[in-house]
Write a protein that binds this ligand. Sequence first.
Ligand code: CUA
Length: 423
Amino acid sequence: MTRSNRPSARTGALLAILAVALAACGGQYPNSTFLHWSDFATDIDFLWDRLLVWGTIVFVIVEAILVYTIIRFRARPGAPEPKQTHGNTTLEIMWTVIPAIILVFIAIPTIRTIFKTQAKAPASSIEVEVIGHQWWWEFRYPQYGVVTANELYLPAGRTANFALKTKDVLHSFWVPNFGGKRDLISNRTNYLWFTPNDTIKAVAANGQCAEYCGDSHANMKFRTYVVTPADFESWAAHQKGQAVFGVAPPEPPAAAAPGKAPAKKGAASGEVALSESAAVVTGFVFPADKLPAYVIPRTPLPGGLALDDATLAKGNADSGKAIYSRSTCIGCHAINGNPMSMGIIGPNLTHVASRYTIAAGLYPNDARHLSAWIKNARAMKPGSLMPTLGMEMWDPMMKMKVTTGGLTDPQIADVVAYLRALK
Ligand code: CUA
């Protein structure tokens, strides 16, 4: 490289860095803390801006003096030693008083924000119990009688007061777009509250566990949907209800798989469905066409797990319910309306089909991923408490093949049809 083209190479490198930096600023902001989607986020951002401005002013002045001093008083051959100063009262008072004044300008708004965010939430708040589990989120709305998992719905313009608890180890609740991050600590309840802006019609945001909590800490995600108060009420009213088959169960396949329980059509769904099951009215669900790309899971599915489409298409919800109700599923999961299913260890599945994700936001909630999940959850999410259920599947935690009690592919297809019907 010749001397003459060096500056152009340097300029090129600089431009490349600038281009990368600008590219990072473009497009959607998946998990930004700088979006003013709630009062909390706005307050924190105000503090951040203030610190940035003061920090920049101090940095520029200090660096300017430093650079000036280095150049002005540098050693030169033959030059005399510069005049030495020992102690300067004026200077010392100045560099004590000026930072003190700057700190006051930072401290007052900081303390004000701390007091504001640590205060008790307004009485009109919507109460949300957030319960951390290894590795998923349980959301309870005591005022609405709703229990759900991994997908948090909030009404715009109303303060949401989160009571943060954990069933096992420490976790941390964080939705960057709405601000605030607070730990879930064993044997105590922490509180966090914020008010999503009342101008919001429908936004979706990612949430993430922000405290290392074991094997699948990184896989402990959730989604937050902020919708209009009317849409929220519609969602909550439906979620509160018992499980209903949202779609008519398909006819049982002509050739039933060996070992499969005969589907008792009507009788099974009669236990589940409410009286108005003929005309199922489902509540509000966040509109699929408004889901931003960044909330759609893209985790690769391990090979050899998903059922083929033909097997899935033969799934029968009624026989799926029967299989589900006599399998280990009921020991961990609750489906309100299915008296056999009252487990509390795993996520509540009453309206599982109204969610977009499974496995704490790790995979999309569709028949393919759900079938793979039932077959071998532990191969899809390290450390998952959900046991491997697929017949002949290798359970990576038990270090053995599933034989007795395992589910065949057609049986899994039936269970998938049942769960997919729980709108
Ligand atoms: Cu829960 Cu990290």
